[in-house]
Design a protein around this ligand. Structure first.
Ligand code: AMP
Length: 394
């Protein structure tokens, strides 16, 4: 029997998963159950080389059934394996969790209390954990948090200028995408230790987007705050917004909080700015309509602004790392951001950028610009492996 570790990332109607061996960075298999609870639910499953594996038709009603479907298919594809641990991506660890944690009923009820802080994500993440605990009562379940990496923020980057009791009640700038930032930090420490020990801004630019100021490996500031709405515009999320707009929509336009949440999370960002054309950067780049061009212009401009703020939070910048679907693949967006960062001492090498090279700044550039594909799943599986190693040692 080969020992394996499963990682789960449960969303509102999806369950992403990956199966890893006891060592190695590449998953043995990965995939996703999509549209859970709907008529068109589907399962995709790929092996480590990215080849599609055969799967049966499915119709799961909830995460428990979706997980059962995943397990059935994994058992068929990998019959001689034994599950040693399950790692979960959890969006919110509040102020308590700065590290991954072994989940038991006490932890679960603490995490439940954080659901009001992330109502669109946390309950689904926890549904995934409950489903896994039910299916494998004896297997360790390790929760890894998107907020954990940012627990090192100084108070000024943790607080809002609101009455103090709100801070005590948890209204703080938590920051998200922490698993991605942790991965990039580890990669820098391994391959570019001098840069890792300096002042780095990581731009995680995907359908969700944020930036993080990382000084000597520790998060100092992030563009995301209390929720995953703040900061940069995203595929469908608005990014930074004057709270006066919300008051106006509530009081003058008579919008309900549900309708506002739907607009801010699902109909804004690149999708909203492009007049409903698309949330997908590839489509916008190819389209060329005036609205698509403006959406891209806004995206780049907000990154340029926030990059200045992130650098200022550290008293300067020595490295800029791009990751996420847009950061890793869009030469156009990277070039436009870097061109506007010349004043900070960054000189892009366009040939390197066009080749998607790891370093895309010139040899004489004072700031090193890099492209590093992120891997949040690997951070989760490493946390699960660390737990197993600790268990074996005791
Ligand atoms: P993610 O959420 O990290 O998977 O990133 C998704 C985003 O990356 C979408 O907006 C995609 O359009 C964008 N993306 C992926 N590949 C490319 C590409 N070659 N050029 C531009 N954008 C891309």
């Amino acid at each position: 029997m080969i020992g394996v570790i499963l990682t789960l990332n449960a969303g509102s109607s999806s369950l992403k998963f990956a199966l890893y061996g006891e060592d190695g960075d590449t998953p043995l298999a990965q995939g996703m159950v999509d549209r859970i609870g709907g008529n068109e639910a589907s399962l995709s499953l790929k092996d480590g080389a990215g080849n599609a594996l055969p799967v049966a038709d499915i119709s799961p009603n909830d995460h428990t059934q979706a997980l059962a479907v995943v397990l059935d298919n994994l058992r068929q594809a990998f019959p001689d394996t034994e599950l040693r641990a399950i790692g979960h991506r959890v969006v919110h660890g509040g102020t308590d969790y700065a590290q991954p944690v072994l989940v038991d009923q006490t932890v679960l009820s603490k995490l439940d209390k954080l659901s009001p802080f992330a109502p669109l994500h946390q309950p689904h993440n926890l549904a995934g954990i409950r489903a896994a605990m039910e299916a494998f009562p004896g297997v360790p379940q390790i929760a890894c948090f998107d907020t954990a990496f940012h627990r090192t923020h100084p108070w000024v980057n943790d607080a809002f200028a609101l009455p103090r009791d709100l801070y005590d009640r948890g209204v703080r700038r938590y920051g998200f995408h922490g698993l991605s930032y942790e991965y990039i930090t580890g990669e820098l420490q391994a391959s570019a230790p001098l840069i890792a020990a300096s002042r780095v801004v990581v731009a995680h630019l995907g359908n969700g987007a944020s930036m993080c100021a990382i000084q000597n490996g520790r998060s100092v500031a992030s563009t995301m705050g209390f929720s995953a709405l703040d900061g940069l515009p995203m595929g469908t999320r608005c990014g930074q917004l004057d709270p006066g707009v919300l008051l106006y929509l509530l009081d003058q336009e008579g919008m309900s909080s549900d309708a506002i949440a739907d607009m801010l999370y699902r109909r804004s960002g690149l999708l909203g700015l492009s007049g409903g054309l698309s949330n997908d950067m590839r489509t916008l780049e190819q389209s060329g309509t005036p609205e698509a061009r403006q959406a891209i212009e806004y995206f780049v401009f907000r990154i340029q602004r926030e990059l200045g703020a992130m650098a200022a939070a550290m008293g300067g910048i020595d490295g800029l790392v791009f990751c996420g679907g847009i950061g890793e693949n869009s030469r156009l967006i990277r070039a436009r951001i870097c061109e506007r960062t010349e004043w900070m001492g960054l000189e892009i090498d366009h040939a390197r950028n066009d080749e998607n090279a790891r370093i895309i700044s010139s040899d004489i550039s004072r700031v090193t610009a890099m492209v590093i594909p992120t891997d949040e799943g690997l951070v989760i599986v490493r946390a699960a492996r660390a737990h197993l190693a600790q268990e074996n040692a005791t």
